[in-house]
Design a protein around this ligand. Sequence first.
Ligand code: SF4
Length: 247
Amino acid sequence: MLRRDRYKAFVEYFSTHQPEAETELVYSNTYELLVAVILSAQCTDKRINLVTPNFFQRYPDVISLSHATQEEVFELIRSVSYPNNKSKHLLGMARMLMNDFHGEIPSTVEDLQKLPGVGRKTANVIVSVIYNAPAMAVDTHVFRVANRIGLTQNALTPLAVEKQLVKFLPEELIYIAHHWLILHGRYICVARNPKCEICPLTHFCKYYQQLQTPSGLRRLETEKRKKIRLQQQKKIAAQLKKIEVQE
Ligand code: SF4
């Protein structure tokens, strides 16, 4: 199957079955989305949605957050991953917005990336969710699912995945395709043991089609063994390091 046919099938399926896909983070304005996305790095949307109501009650806008102390912010977000770094980023973000952007949240990926805690992925989420801009935020789900389906080829970095998806997807659907890939990765094409038996994309998924041939199966088994070997080597190296430190 040609790659353009996979794209066509992908767009056809999701346009029909999930025309309304959106982020699972709860927010009511650009400021709240920015805070929620910064908090969501390496953490689940569910956890963030538990934390943000209190946070937004205490700091409803950029000005109030810019006057907070790091200890106060830390207390409110202590249950999310990396609360120390994230509290620093949130404060730095609010203060930079006040000092350099007149308290307004910028609308370009370039300016957004100047803010502490905002990388390319977060900036792309903001412009695509708020402005429906043709920007593709690549997280672990997008990276994995695009590769498995065969939408990307030899794309080894998030930026390479982003470029290929932006190149081949219809421009007006890029903002929503991001959610299609994330949600599919979160609930069906999960990292370990993808649920191919209930997946509606098998007719055009490259990974699934490889599983149907003996040589493809062998290759996937070899890759799997290689991955396990690497993980074991890493584990042993970490244990040795621990022993060295104790000595
Ligand atoms: S068929 Fe399997 S590998 Fe392919 S997208 Fe579906 S769950 Fe993922």
